[in-house]
Design a protein around this ligand. Structure first.
Ligand code: MG
Ligand code: MG
Length: 248
């Protein structure tokens, strides 16, 4: 069932979302060669708690970190640990925060030091793909319109669209109905209505769209070892479009 949030609920979603956006902003200064992903995770958790919220992903389905941190060919769900960021890496922080029972969810891929031109373009195009998808978010449009826009944009740049992982409705739970795939057919899927809250999150690969899971049962990586980028915002459908809840 797709829930329609009341104005009061949207206000709480806005607070949760702004905490997520601020956590990204806070962590950005620490993204440098030499820092471990565990150190970033500890900073994230402390910051989220300081805002009277809790990290949404900690313990979610048993996840062992506060946030997901995925490097280079890791697509999603990287577990924070002793790995150090290196110059030329890219790192995705996927951050969720729960405030008074409502969640915000936003992922962003960052450059560590200097990256190659190819990698830089992967990041630029994946961020742009997110906004191409968001342009379709308005009452009367359908979920398939979002995925269609994202995959058409990705096609132009020969980027692999990850299909096994999708965006989602969000509210009292991080993952609610409907699924929001990054591919689809125009004019298909559930109809968007004012008051729905969804997370739109293209994951685009420089090479193949194929992925697999590491033995840790969490980390998803690209099958060809090429890098993957991931940009996500939580948005609320408004009367004539959408508002981003996870702004930084
Ligand atoms: Mg996320
Ligand atoms: Mg999400």
């Amino acid at each position: 069932m797709i829930s329609i949030k009341t104005n009061e609920e949207i206000e709480l979603m806005k607070v949760a979302g702004s905490i997520v956006g601020d956590t990204h902003h806070y962590l950005e200064q620490y993204i440098k060669p030499g820092i471990t992903t565990k150190e970033l995770d500890v900073l994230a958790k402390k910051y989220i708690l300081s805002r009277n919220a809790t990290p949404s992903f900690e313990g979610l389905y048993g996840f062992p970190g506060a946030i997901c941190i995925s490097i280079n060919d890791e697509v999603v769900h990287g577990i924070p640990g002793n790995r150090k960021l290196k110059n030329g890496d890219i790192v995705t922080l996927d951050i969720g925060a729960c405030y008074k029972g409502y969640h915000g969810d936003s992922a962003w891929t960052y450059k560590v030091g200097n990256v190659s031109k190819e990698v830089d373009e992967l990041l630029k195009h994946t961020e742009e793909a997110l906004f191409e998808g968001l342009k379709e978010v308005k009452p009367g449009n359908r979920i398939g319109d979002i995925g269609y826009a994202i995959s058409e944009y990705a096609k132009k740049y020969n980027l692999g669209v990850v299909k096994e992982l999708v965006g989602h409705g969000i509210g009292n739970h991080v993952h609610e109905d409907p699924d929001v795939p990054n591919y689809g057919k125009k004019g298909t899927g559930p109809i968007l209505k004012e008051g729905m809250c969804i997370a739109v999150e293209p994951m685009l690969n420089m090479g193949t769209a194929e992925i697999y899971m590491l033995d840790d049962d969490w980390t998803i990586i690209t099958a060809d070892g090429l890098p993957s980028a991931h940009y996500e915002h939580t948005v609320a459908v408004t009367k004539d479009g959408y508002t981003i809840l996870t702004k930084r």
